[in-house]
Design a protein around this ligand. Structure first.
Ligand code: DC
Length: 221
């Protein structure tokens, strides 16, 4: 088994930005599991699959080939061979990912892929249930969080920079709704693993958080 670092936490806590930096400093592979759920969501949206229809969902998942690749060290998502990395960050996909990832059959589809990557490589994997369910034996587990205010302000800034029209209030409501869904679902809800270190990033810079995690990993190497 490679060395495994699990980073879980709610949307907008800075997981992917920080995980990317930490992985590059440690020379680990970064696995963004949210992107995998987003790829499934994109496929379901394209097919117009109703997630509440169990047999339609099962069939859609059977016909869907999800793979992960790397280009210059950056994770790429492949859906039936098509690189969809640039298409999975829309609000529509975010919402569908939050809804469909609550379905056990969707989670089962990704479990083997995630565990295989961790078995064969030194990985830093981020998501919601990595420390609790996917990699319960990870050597380092981090629960990365931040206040709703801090997360909404960050996402708002990001959207403004991209020129996407939205209000802070809308973003805040969206984050609260997603938090609620991710934390209250029956299957693999977002919770802190007992042996995870809690890192609250509300008042920390990206570099401070990165250094904290790199230090925790180096202590275990
Ligand atoms: O981290 P993200 O915003 O890209 O995740 C998209 C959605 O996928 C989010 O609503 C939660 C879900 N998700 C999950 O259920 N389990 C994971 N390991 C990663 C993401």
């Amino acid at each position: 088994m490679g060395m495994n670092v699990a980073i879980d936490g709610p949307a907008g806590a800075g997981k992917s930005t920080i995980a990317k930096q930490v992985a590059s400093k440690l020379q680990f592979i970064y696995v963004d599991t949210g992107a995998m759920y987003r790829t499934i969501a994109l496929s379901l949206l394209r097919r117009g699959t109703d997630c509440e229809n169990d047999s339609a969902l099962k069939q859609a998942l059977e016909e869907m080939d999800i793979r992960i690749g790397y280009e210059d060290g950056v994770q790429q998502m492949l859906l039936n061979g098509e690189n969809v990395t640039g298409l999975i960050r829309t609000e529509e996909v975010s919402k569908m990912a939050s809804i469909s990832s609550a379905k056990p059959i969707v989670r089962e589809k990704l479990m083997d892929l995630q565990r295989t990557l961790a078995r064969e490589n030194d990985v830093l994997m981020d998501g919601r249930d990595i420390g609790t369910r996917i990699l319960p034996d990870a050597q380092v587990k981090i629960f990365l969080t931040a206040s709703v205010e801090a997360r909404a302000a960050r996402r708002f800034k990001e959207m403004q920079e991209k020129g996407v029209p939205c209000t802070l209030e809308e973003i805040r409501a969206d984050i609260e709704e997603r938090d609620y869904r991710d934390m209250h679902r029956d299957t693999a809800p977002l919770i802190q693993a007992e042996d995870a270190v809690l890192v609250d990033t509300s008042d920390m810079t990206i570099d401070e958080v990165t250094d904290t995690i790199v230090r925790l990993v180096n202590e275990k190497r």
